[in-house]
Design a protein around this ligand. Structure first.
Ligand SMILES: Cc1ncc(COP(=O)(O)O)c(C=O)c1O
Length: 389
């Protein structure tokens, strides 16, 4: 059976061209970039080339890019690093209720260390109001962290508008761009951010590598201590193949972005229209227009998301419930609760995230299969039977 993969927000397949670019760096070019001999210098050049590529995509300078082990580490470094560096100026941090756990759990950790965190509400489409950010700022505020786009519902935040407000007050502004780098424009001056997190495996690169953009002059305390790599901001021998992969992947994604965006948007809207128009008691989560071109998040009443995912999997279709990251947990998604969904609808939410290989036939196949699965599951739901009467 042909598999249809629609879970690109969880991870993407590594582009074969990226794999080819990485291969020599496990074998022929295996040197440690910190070594001064030829083997080391060659590896070092590859790392610096990748750094320049990432910087160029972000409209940044190469020295403002720190390579990390992924989005989670970038978020941790941004939040803990700034909190520590600025703790003499204040102890207040602002974020939103629908951030990724990499940000939320780091905030909880910082609360345990004496920082105060304001978790802003979002509206029913998942948007953060820039004026709410403004109202939350106090003399104690040292950092604001708002994600560029949400991984579950796809809502794109007004980052530039928030950035203007935050940076005018001399407060550091971080955005988690893990879902947008390589997919949307992410120029740091246009977004008006001081820090930006990204991860290679969400943009057809390898897993376990990412980057943090740190605007020149932004004070940050490192939390990996050891060697002098990454200008002392992140010790540990470089993951050379991974960094080379990130560089190649982001260059390829950026080159395709303007063609791929509209193509995915058309497929996304076809899938949304087919589900919401074709299956009763379904609603689209998030913003109908201001959303990631790849994201389709729909709440399907009277069914369990988990059962839907398993049934679709048996039909060859891979998708997710509210969030892949929390799929082990029975708690409803904090994002879906954050936009005001009932626990029942949150549990009945499916996320399809489309990607480079998704075709119109794939979308139509999902639309052909899904209504039957929903009907079969609803036939077992006493609540649905009651609703029908
Ligand atoms: C918005 C967001 N931030 C951070 C992460 C974590 O990134 P990584 O898996 O590279 O640690 C993810 C991954 O799901 C994400 O979607």
């Amino acid at each position: 059976m042909k598999r249809i993969y629609m879970d690109h927000a969880a991870t993407t397949p590594t582009d074969p061209e990226v794999v080819r670019a990485m291969l020599p760096f496990w074998t022929d070019v295996f040197g440690n970039p910190s070594s001064v001999h030829q083997e080391g210098r060659e590896a070092g050049r590859a790392v610096e080339e990748a750094r320049s590529t990432v910087a160029e995509v972000l409209g940044a300078r190469p020295e403002e890019i720190v390579f990390t082990a992924g989005g989670t580490e970038s978020d941790n470094l941004a939040l803990k690093g700034v909190a520590d560096a600025k703790k003499d100026r204040g102890h207040h941090i602002i974020t939103s209720k629908i951030e990724h756990h990499a940000v939320l759990e780091t905030c909880r950790f910082l609360e345990g260390k004496g920082f105060h965190v304001t978790y802003l509400d979002v509206d029913d489409r998942g948007s953060v109001d820039p004026e709410a950010v403004q109202r939350a700022i106090t003399d104690e505020t040292i950092l604001v962290s708002i994600m560029h786009a949400n991984n579950e519902i796809g809502t794109i935040q007004p980052i530039a508008a928030i950035g203007r407000i935050v940076r005018e007050r001399g407060i550091v502004f971080h955005t988690d761009a893990v879902q947008t780098a390589g997919h949307l424009a992410t120029k740091v001056d246009e977004l008006d951010v001081d820090l930006l997190s990204l991860s290679a495996h969400k943009l057809y690169g390898p897993k376990g590598v990412g980057a943090l953009y740190i605007r020149k002059g932004t004070k940050i305390t490192p939390f990996l201590h050891g060697g002098e790599q990454e200008r002392r901001r992140r010790a540990s021998t470089h993951n050379v193949p991974g960094i080379v992969g990130l560089g190649r992947a982001i260059a390829l994604a950026e080159a395709r972005r303007e063609v791929e965006g509209p193509r995915l948007t058309a497929l996304r809207d076809r899938l949304i229209a087919g589900i919401v128009g074709g299956i009763e008691h379904t609603v689209l989560n998030g913003d109908p227009r201001g959303r990631l071109p790849s994201n389709v998040s729909v709440a399907i009443a009277f069914v369990e998301g988990e059962s839907l995912v398993l049934s679709l999997d048996m039909e060859g279709i891979a998708c997710a419930t509210g969030s892949a990251c929390t799929s082990q947990s029975l708690e409803p998604s904090h994002v879906l609760i954050g936009i005001g969904l009932s626990h029942e609808l949150a549990h009945g939410t499916l996320r399809f995230s489309l990607g480079r290989h998704t075709t119109e036939e794939d979308v139509d196949h999902v639309l052909a299969v899904l209504p039957g699965i929903v009907a079969r599951l609803r036939a077992m739901s006493p609540l649905y039977q009651k609703e029908k009467k």
